[in-house]
Design a protein around this ligand. Structure first.
Ligand SMILES: *Cc1c(COP(=O)(O)O)cnc(C)c1O
Length: 742
């Protein structure tokens, strides 16, 4: 037994406060378990927020409770893991990209999705950016992130009596979030400025620690800005196109200025979408100010930039008219070696065409040394889409490659699944994570020697298994893990989702009416095949497609022997009435049609709801209008949980699907006519569901186990999980885009 020293308790208290301000805990289960134990109720009510939990638990209480050896051992272990992680120098990045350690990649994104307590993301683009940072940290890469601090974040969604989406905004309090003010040597906030319109706008910054990677969020809500400029960073994609161009100036130009103020000299500027493309002007301005001719300054700046395009949907490409550009750049343009017309030319496909507006994607493509799309098909579509910029080349030679997206595996893996594998790999659970953790127990399947040992990487040995491709490939072997155990895991995950859904629907229902429509405790069926659909309600994602076959679907859900149920979630952009109408339609069906009781809509989709759904559902439905889903990532989060994809062959699924690891809707092709496509796809969707998915799920042997379904789960784990990770994706960015090519 270790004796206690009072100063060790002080160290632990300090360590916990530091740890709460490093998002490393968002992908470490031990750390999350620890914070939740400190105050289980606050952990849940404050939406899994360690900073807020530590405000709840007084320092006195913490000190008293750290005299409990069990808790103290857990704290020591978590802090040891974290310090090992932070100090590990033997990383992939140190080996393969040491030059980035001194001169990092600066990754610019208008949104980042890190965790449900930090709602500064509108959807998939932000979540991808967040996962990119987490993997960069795991790989030990030199990387810094840049974005804006949206004081009201993205909206909170509720639905009113008319089943119409209503947007609410809550003020984020930096004190309750894992944010640190960026200060200078005197402890004063670092303040920079830029000219927007005729006004000098000042901004400060907040730092988020994502493991080893710092992410800086710019914030204009300071003196002496007038109120209009203080509100510039209020909301994610808030306001009109004037707000939009101003936010984008702040992100691109301000972001470069902040890095310079901090003494960071990036070797590469990575634009995640076109929103940050004004950074290319700032790079050229710096060189021009130092005496370089303007055209050469543009050309030299270009060599430092890479660009990722994320969508073929036209609304996803910001365009600004000349009046607006002239207004927003009226002051700034005087520092450039060009005028407003010269600026416009940089953002037009045909520079001379005065009818053309300024397109951020065009600027980004022109001013970067390399560009990529986010899946193979999206690469092809993007080359066709932007062929107009390179008219003297054949379409195959348009310089847009592709790197298929991924997800941060440990960050998305639900605690239930991690505990499952820990049990499989370590043998009987030992809560302090040491002592008998590696003892052999013949009845408990394969064991790993010294499974709980903390490796230099900061992972326990058993956790390090989970990030190896070989581990997932071994799951194909029924000896490695039994069907019965995987099926038990699926039941556990489905139950967790259904109980979560009941709780959320109770809260939703109570808000609208005290007379409950539904008996919440009996809502949904834990035995039923559960199909999930959750994403932004952009029209091309066709949320209601499955209900085109309404009578057929009713027949399916009403089959008592083979029940099926649907869980939907998702937000429509505040100005997208068509998206809101789709939400209304689905909620209406869930309350007043024959689907009642078999279809529910969970309000306020976010990262937490996403994690509950991709883990608890049996089938993840994705039916975009091909080829508009550039990649899609939510389906990649299903793999480690044994949830199977049922998807159009678009984006990543076209590359992931092999005939044995999930379900495809239709072929690897599509008709040009949209009505025709919708009709064919909904018929195919119904056919696959009724002829393949449902029979396979309900085909049980004498022991009640759906052997073939589980076989498919194993195939999905073995073939999809190792491939569609941000670890793989970020390594590809390093090798193909970040490092100078010799
Ligand atoms: C993963 C994720 C997305 C992206 O989903 P797509 O399938 O790419 O549409 C969007 N929102 C949240 C909250 C997510 O977690």
């Amino acid at each position: 037994m270790r004796p206690f020293a009072v100063n060790e308790i002080t160290e632990m208290v300090t360590g916990l406060h530091q740890l709460a301000r490093n998002l490393w805990w968002t992908w470490d289960q031990d750390a999350q378990d620890l914070f939740s134990q400190l105050s289980p109720r606050s952990w849940r009510n404050l939406y899994h927020n360690p900073v807020a939990v530590l405000h709840e638990v007084s320092e006195y209480e913490l000190r008293v409770r750290l005299h409990n050896r069990l808790l103290a051992d857990q704290v020591r272990r978590v802090l040891r893991k974290w310090r090992a992680y932070m100090n590990d120098r033997d990383t992939w990045g140190a080996k393969h990209a040491p030059e980035l350690l001194d001169r990092p990649v600066a990754y610019f994104s208008a949104e980042f999705g890190f965790h449900e307590t930090l709602p500064i993301s509108a959807g998939g683009l932000g979540v991808l950016a967040g996962d990119h940072m987490k993997s960069a940290s795991d790989l030990g890469l030199g990387m810094v992130g840049l974005s804006l601090f949206y004081r009201e974040g993205y909206f909170i969604q509720t639905v009113n009596e008319e089943n119409w989406q209503v947007e609410h905004y809550a003020h984020l309090n930096p004190r309750n979030l894992p944010l640190e003010p960026v200060l200078d040597g005197n402890g004063e906030p670092v303040v920079c400025s830029l000219d927007i319109g005729m006004t000098e706008v000042f901004f400060r910054a907040w730092r988020i620690n994502v493991g080893r990677v710092p992410v800086y969020l710019l914030d204009t809500d300071i003196e002496p800005n007038e109120q209009r400029m203080r509100d510039l960073t209020l909301r994610v994609y808030g306001g009109d196109s004037t707000t939009r161009i101003m936010q984008e100036m702040l992100l691109g130009i301000g972001g470069v200025r902040l890095l310079r103020a901090l003494g960071v000299q990036p070797s590469v500027f990575h634009m995640n979408e076109g929103h940050s493309a004004f950074l290319t002007l700032e790079l050229a301005r710096e060189k021009f100010a130092a005496g370089m001719p303007w055209e050469q300054a543009l050309e030299e700046g270009r060599k430092e930039c890479v660009f990722t395009t994320h969508t073929p949907v036209p609304a996803g490409h910001d365009r600004f008219n000349k009046d607006l550009v002239g207004y927003a750049f009226s002051q700034y343009v005087r520092q450039l070696g060009t005028d407003v017309e010269g600026l416009m030319r940089l953002g037009r496909v045909k520079p001379e065409d005065h009818n053309e507006t300024f397109c951020m994607t065009v600027l980004a493509l022109r001013q970067s040394r390399a560009a990529n799309a986010v899946s193979e098909l999206h690469g092809r579509v993007s080359r066709e889409m932007w062929h107009c910029l390179y008219p003297d080349r054949p379409v195959e030679e348009v310089p847009i490659g592709h790197i298929t997206n991924g997800v941060h595996l440990l960050g998305w893996m639900k605690g239930t699944v991690r505990r499952f594998w820990r049990r499989e790999l370590c043998g009987p659970l030992n809560h302090n994570g040491s002592a008998n953790g590696g003892e052999a127990d013949a009845t408990n399947g394969p064991l790993l020697a010294d499974a709980n040992e903390i490796l230099p990487s900061g992972l326990a040995r058993w956790e390090a298994e989970l990030v190896k491709p070989e581990f997932w490939q071994r799951i194909e072997d029924p000896e490695f893990v039994k069907d019965e155990e995987l099926w038990a895991l699926r039941y556990r995950l489905r139950r967790e989702l259904i109980e979560f859904t009941r709780r959320r629907l109770l809260i939703q229902g109570e808000r609208i009416s005290r007379k409950a429509f539904i008996e919440y405790d009996h809502l949904l069926n834990v035995d039923a095949l559960t199909i999930g659909f959750a994403r932004r309600f952009a029209t091309y994602k066709r949320a209601a497609l499955i209900f085109d076959q309404f009578d057929n679907i009713v027949r399916l859900v009403k089959d008592r022997n083979q029940p099926v149920q649907f869980i939907f979630a998702g937000k429509a952009h505040p100005r997208d009435d068509e998206g809101k109408r789709l939400i209304q339609k689905i909620i209406h069906l869930s309350k007043y049609s024959d689907l009642r009781g078999h279809l529910v809509f969970i309000e306020d989709y976010d990262i937490h709801v996403a994690r509950m759904m991709v883990s608890g559902c049996d089938v993840w439905l994705n039916n975009p209008r091909r080829p508009l889903e550039a990649s899609g990532t939510s389906g990649m989060k299903c793999g480690p949980h044994g949830c199977l994809n049922l998807s159009i062959l678009d984006g990543w699924w076209r590359e992931g699907y092999d005939g044995t690891n999930g379900f495809a809707i239709g072929e690897d092709s599509h008709p040009d006519n949209i009505q025709e496509q919708d009709r064919i796809d909904s018929a195919n969707l119904y056919r696959v569901l009724s002829e393949q998915v449902i029979p396979l799920f309900y085909n049980r042997d004498e022991a009640g186990i759906p052997r073939q379904w589980i076989r498919m789960m194993r195939r999905a784990m073995a073939t999809l999980v190792p491939r569609f990770t941000t670890d793989r994706m970020v390594r590809e960015y390093v090798e193909r885009y970040y490092l100078p090519r010799s």
